[in-house]
Design a binder for this molecule. Structure first.
Ligand code: UD1
Length: 373
């Protein structure tokens, strides 16, 4: 590699759940009192629809990416390889002291791998989460990214045990809290009221549903069963369902969309961050297979039914409002009826989910960077 160092940190984002994580980090780096951390941002283009990407940059005040790799969709191999090929020349040109990746999407592992192989330090935010389910593409991304990271920032204490089990030196691991919850706290007051998102707020409340995991949406039998369960829930409580493009495409392909065409179900396009936050804050219950929503509902004190058999975020169950049901109709309905009857788990806010995680990262990282040779 040749040329001058143009920034200290090269940050990477690619997919929707990355954007709310990078937003407070970029802000904390640029406003650090000690000395700002010079940062450039790369968007891999893994998510490219305005509703899945641009709206988050606008609402969350994320600086425009310095580079967009524009890789788009593809199989895991194609998408990961395309990101790697496109990221390498950017890394050569920018020569940062470290690459910072967040979360567990394909963009995370792809850029971490390019950096590690070039001897550029890797920083992973949201390290150490494990579902122990290697059938999830994100689990593979998590395990591999952590193995090649030099600095690992964690959101909950269970992460350190996971990392120790995989032989990672605890000296590299720092518990800082949850940057996604920073974004939630900073934006609560700006959230769009449910009444404005929906036109009118249903008198008896409503459920919010999100669904997009391959395990739930790529199999017609499982997706069909889940959509029939949602139809049953809609008999009891109005259901608002902002549909991920992957899920809409699968439902159309399998001829299942008709199951959702009924008065109790409101299908929406993917929502902006502030609309989704407003909707979730006022929901009676959220049913989801998302990782981030399990955490956001815990922070909001809203009961969450997770349509998965496992979670990489166990603190949302032990301390928060989350219950795992998997895709099983009887379990989902039992949990739903319990929430309707009793209001569900109230939970408490986990340690360091206080809106200051990005500040902790910036403070720590400044010293770490200054100590690098
Ligand atoms: C990705 C992440 C997942 C994350 C999710 C949030 C991986 C392995 N998965 O899954 O962890 O929870 O993002 O959304 O990285 N599509 C569009 N417009 C877009 C982006 C995607 O229409 O802007 C459609 C395409 O048909 C694409 C499909 O959605 O093939 C899936 O997109 P992809 O990025 O492969 O994975 P996600 O399911 O979004």
């Amino acid at each position: 590699m040749s040329g001058a160092v143009s920034c200290e940190i090269l940050g990477v984002v690619g997919a929707r759940p990355n954007f709310m994580k990078i937003a407070p980090i970029m802000a904390a780096f640029s406003s650090l009192a000690a000395r700002p951390i010079a940062t450039k941002l790369v968007h891999t283009g893994q998510h490219y629809d305005p509703s899945m990407s641009d709206s988050f940059f606008e609402q969350l005040g994320i600086p425009r990416p310095d580079v967009n790799l524009e890789v788009g969709s593809g199989s895991h191999a194609v998408q990961t390889a395309d990101i790697m090929r496109a990221f390498e020349p950017v890394l050569d040109r920018e020569r940062p002291k470290a690459v910072l990746v967040v979360g567990d999407v394909n963009s995370t592992i792809a850029c971490a791998l390019v950096a590690a192989k070039k001897g550029v330090k890797v920083i992973h935010v949201e390290a150490g989460l494990r579902s122990y389910d290697r059938g999830m593409p994100e689990e593979i991304n998590r395990v591999l990214t952590d193995q090649i990271s030099d600095l690992l920032y964690t959101t909950e204490k269970s992460a350190l045990d996971n990392l120790k089990r995989e032989g990672i030196d605890p000296a590299r691991v720092h518990f800082v809290g949850n940057v996604m919850i920073d974004t939630l706290r900073h934006n609560l007051e700006r959230a769009v009221p449910a009444e404005r998102v929906l036109g009118a707020r249903p008198a008896g409340g409503y459920a919010v549903v999100t669904l997009h995991r391959p395990a739930n949406v790529d199999d017609p039998a499982i997706l069909g069963s889940l959509l029939r369960t949602l139809a049953a829930i809609a008999e009891r409580l109005p259901v608002v369902f902002p549909m991920h493009p992957r899920t809409r495409a699968a439902a159309e392909r399998f001829g299942l969309l008709g199951l959702l065409e009924r008065p109790g179900i409101r299908l929406l396009a993917p929502l902006s961050y502030l609309e989704m936050l407003g909707l979730n804050r006022e929901a009676k219950v959220v049913l989801t297979d998302s990782g981030g929503l399990q955490e956001e509902t815990t922070a909001l004190g809203v009961p969450c039914i997770t349509l998965r058999e496992n979670t990489e975020r166990p603190i949302t169950m032990t301390e928060g409002t989350n219950t795992l049901t998997g895709p099983d109709t009887a379990k989902i309905m039992a949990c739903f009826e319990d929430i309707m009857a009793s209001g569900g788990k109230t939970g408490r806010i986990p340690e360091y989910w206080d809106g200051r995680a990005a500040e902790r990262i910036a403070d720590h990282l400044r010293g770490w960077l200054d100590r690098l040779p």
